[in-house]
Design a protein around this ligand. Sequence first.
Ligand code: UD2
Length: 340
Amino acid sequence: MLKDKGKRRWVKSYLRKHFHILGCTVVLSFSLGYFWSMSNDTCQDTPSKIIEALRNIYSRPQILNPPRPDVLVMTPWFVPIVWEGTYNLEILNEQFQQRNITVGLTVFAIKKYVVFLKTFLETAEMYFMVGHKVNYYIFTDRPQEVPKVEFKEERNVVVLQVQNYPRWEEISMRRMEMINHFSQKQFINEVDYLVCADVDMRFNDLVGVEILSNLFGTLHPGFYTAERQSFTYERRPASQAYVPPDKGDFYYAGGLFGGTVKEVYKLTKKCHEAIMVDKDNGIEAIWQEESHLNKYFVYHKPTKILSPEYLWDDSLGRPQILRKRRFLAVPKDHDAIKNK
Ligand code: UD2
């Protein structure tokens, strides 16, 4: 009896093992055949392209073989930190496509900052939320200077004329108020998620639905390895943005954050109100709305965090852990652009 069981188990495991190998061989042959025929069709595909495509074949997650042992991929409150290699975009795309979502990308181009719009939009068309519905919300005081860019199907531009302010710091801070206002008035009826970005940036690689969640922030490229005491949180208790020395998980960048319209509404409301209290008290936080955003994230923890792949500045070099540089700062001449 025992022997019989042993034999059966052996046969089962033999079949499992060999079917597995057989299965892989079949998949591989079909894939190679497919890519070979594709490459013959176009006579252009290089082996590296074929290998790249083969790499996209889904290999299941391995419990004992984490894809990124070199970086933190999960916070102590159990939310993912998004790095290249930690997710499968095909799976995520399918999930978000089933939900038929629309993403709003807010960007401010006030005064001289309109010069950054062309590159921002052109590169967004190449890399941002490819295959999904997108509304670009351009806040500007110079609507006639918004460049004509060709947009793909189901991607729309909405120009929102807004006022400017004499000081760049105020322009930067007032973004909270304006995003808040339009979230309630318009965005809530038009999009599911909002992504709020700086304009002096360019997309350099895919930024897709992997970033979407109820509330997300981005690790600031200058501080992702820094100790808490080096974070440039607002340290003056007189400001509403004050963060005590023993609080805070990460230092987040003001240049990319977002979430559902409802969560972005709550965030921008809280930050704007705090900015106004500071104003009444004659104090301005050290890094304007970025300080208020950081305070908010201390007490309302993001449900997803983007690694510095999603906001990088090449002047900081190219560390090995950064396998992609998806959204890059465009160098600017501060004197020529700020307050102009
Ligand atoms: C950092 C942050 C920025 C903000 C700022 C606060 C990053 C990459 N950037 O950037 O998000 O928190 O610090 O001090 O994390 N703008 C205009 N017209 C102006 C001035 C600003 O449209 O005259 C808009 C524009 O979209 C710009 C953004 O406000 O990208 C932030 O201003 P910035 O990029 O000059 O601020 P910066 O580089 O100090």
